[in-house]
Design a protein around this ligand. Structure first.
Ligand code: M6R
Length: 359
């Protein structure tokens, strides 16, 4: 039940520290090694390429998964919209392995791809929050997100669970393949930092509500920008905001704005910049300058180790690969308050259903 919460979305945002702790307890042993079904690890270790298919927020989690799998396992990884792959099947490597990310396990677009994979004998794994769901029954293997039921149409805790569980799986495969990056990745400690960090961010939600009220609710449009893994989170932040607040929002690779879209920046256009990639942080700051000088109202969300005087929100430090676990949380809260403070039905945005069972 919602308990004292007005909407499930905020309850589910607040539950994320607990989700991080449960995943760590259930999927990592005391020494921090992943506890994952050996059959899954063996099957994936044999793959020469991983293919992640999903839709919406789960697709955005897959974009983060690509970085995790490639860094920790060394296996090239592609991410695709299930809806596209179903009818334009990507060219396959010799030994592909498919990963389906789906909170509900019922997304019709993903089922089309899985059916084709099964026809071709391609092994597959479904990561889902719903035990016994269709995608879970039809795939070769299943891993459960264990995030607890997600009721709000806007997905929040399933996203962070998908990122964390992909990290666990990538470390398991990487350790099996003796990949040094996997061996050195202190995942147990990092997930503890994630839990604490998310808690700190949700405890500061009043400040985020004020930002939504001041910069977003009176605006027709908004932008999220970031580079590297921050780009993946920019796409997710934009989807979340537009889905529940009806403010048209686009996520961009920070430098791409200047290749056309910067013409949309006017006095007061909100631009939310994410800065957790050490390699590109200064370049992103340059892009912030470009939009600020055209009148944009810029909100900067930066990791502590990269923060500069004047940043709007400073987030606790965490390994770059897991930074989405923290950067996504203010984007969820901005979306929540923008919707609620416009008087909208946060949990049930118009035209949307929780699981999309039609193509
Ligand atoms: O259940 P799934 O994870 O397969 O759902 C995929 C999308 O339909 C879903 O993430 C959708 O984009 C959400 N409404 C986003 O908040």
């Amino acid at each position: 039940s919602k308990g004292t919460y007005e909407f499930y979305m905020l309850k589910e945002i607040d539950e994320q520290p607990g989700v991080m702790r449960h995943l760590s307890q259930d999927y990592l042993d005391d020494a921090g090694h992943p506890v994952v079904d050996k059959n899954i690890v063996d099957a994936m270790s044999k793959a020469d390429r991983l293919y992640i298919f999903a839709a919406g927020t789960s697709y955005h989690a897959g974009l983060v998964g690509k970085d995790l799998f490639e860094t920790l396992t060394g296996i090239p990884t592609e991410v695709g919209y299930a809806s596209e792959a179903g009818y334009h099947f990507p060219m396959m490597s010799k030994n592909p392995f498919f990963i389906f990310l789906s909170q509900s396990g019922e997304t019709a677009d993903s089922r089309v791809v899985l059916k084709e994979a099964n026809k071709r004998g391609i092994p597959s794994l479904t990561m889902t929050n719903v035990e016994g769901s269709t995608l879970s029954r039809e795939a070769s293997y299943t891993m459960l997100l264990k995030a607890g039921p997600e009721i709000a149409v806007a997905s929040t805790k399933a996203y962070t669970a998908q990122v964390a569980l992909q990290a666990i799986l990538a470390k398991a495969i990487g350790e099996n393949l003796a990949n040094p990056n996997a061996k050195n990745f202190a995942l147990k400690e990092e997930l503890a930092l994630a839990a604490e960090g998310i808690q700190q961010i949700v405890d500061g939600k009043e400040k985020i509500k004020k930002l939504a009220d001041e910069y977003l609710i009176h605006s027709r449009n908004a932008f999220y920008i970031g580079r590297g893994i921050d780009h993946a989170v920019a796409l997710e932040g934009a989807l979340k905001l537009k889905e529940v607040s009806y403010i048209q929002t686009e996520g961009f690779a920070a430098a791409e704005l200047k290749h056309g879209t910067i013409s949309l920046i006017e006095e007061g256009t909100p631009v939310i910049a994410l800065i957790s990639d050490p390699i590109t942080a200064d370049l992103t700051r340059g892009n912030i300058q470009e939009v600020a000088s055209r009148g944009a109202s810029v909100i900067t969300i930066a990791a502590k180790k990269l923060a500069k005087y004047g940043d709007t929100l400073v987030l606790p430090n965490i390994d770059y690969l897991l930074s989405p676990l923290l950067t996504v949380v203010p984007t969820q809260l901005l979306a929540y308050y923008a919707s609620k403070d416009k008087g909208l039905d946060v949990d049930k945005p118009r035209n949307l259903a929780k699981s999309v069972t039609v193509e």
